[in-house]
Design a protein around this ligand. Structure first.
Ligand code: SAM
Length: 224
């Protein structure tokens, strides 16, 4: 994407009611005003809150929002020019139960309060295969601790990926740390049993992997 196009999207994001771009100061220097108040201030209801971390263009957030109108969805990504697509679609199609936040996933426990979140989706994260990149892997022990803080006790995480490494790493870590694996599937389009929302929605990255005939894997788990 050209820089002109990106700038246009950044400008447009600032005008969208469904886009939130907290500054570092707002997050770090004081308690963020929406922390603990996402349902009441933004969605104006008491429905369950579902996050998509590293949402890219926001396909999952938008499609889940259409499928589940009685739940609220928030896509999070550091790249505003990407989720511009999802935010724009939500406005054009009048989908009120989806929003987007431009921030780092490392800050989820600053943006959301304890027990504020019902469910998390992690869709096609960068697997960060190199050992030195372990700290950036979105299912490492430190990230799981952050997710546990914001999730309700009965809350759970969905991981959908094309990376066998990420699938195996996460299963191993979950078992090693004693978390609860609710469901696992190593090839969601070939091995039956995946929830409908796993096979009926494809993200941008997913469609590229499917063209290469790569198996797509899925894990649903609870953090203890
Ligand atoms: C491989 S892409 C997948 C995007 C989308 N989920 C999909 O399937 O098409 C990973 C996304 O995560 C975002 N991301 C990676 N690390 C992040 C971080 N620490 N904080 C916020 N976003 C991050 C990137 O900007 C990118 O959009």
């Amino acid at each position: 994407m050209g820089s002109k196009n990106k700038l246009k999207r950044f400008k447009e994001n600032e005008t969208f009611d469904n886009v939130f771009q907290p500054t570092r100061e707002e997050l770090v220097d004081a308690q963020y005003k929406l922390k603990g108040n996402w349902r009441s201030s933004v969605f104006k209801n008491d429905n369950p809150l579902v996050l998509e971390l590293g949402c890219g263009r926001g396909e999952y957030s938008v499609e889940l929002a259409k499928k589940f109108p009685k739940k609220n969805f928030i896509g999070i990504d550091i790249k505003g020019a990407r989720f511009w697509r999802g935010a724009k679609t939500a406005i054009e199609e009048n989908i009120p139960n989806v929003a987007f936040i431009r921030t780092q996933i490392e800050l989820v426990d600053v943006v959301f309060a304890e027990n504020e979140v019902d469910e998390i989706w992690i869709t096609f994260p960068d697997p960060q295969i190199k050992y030195k990149r372990t700290k950036h892997r979105m299912t490492n022990s430190q990230f799981l601790k952050r997710y546990k803080t914001i999730l309700k006790p009965e809350g759970f995480v969905n991981l959908k990926t094309d990376s066998e490494f990420m699938h195996g790493y996460t299963l191993g870590l979950l078992q090693g740390e004693g978390h609860e694996i609710l469901y696992a599937n190593h090839n969601v389009y070939k091995q039956e049993g995946s929830p409908e929302e796993v096979t009926s929605i494809q993200t941008y990255y997913e469609s590229q992997y499917l063209e290469q005939n790569k198996p797509i894997t899925y894990i649903r788990f609870k953090i203890k």
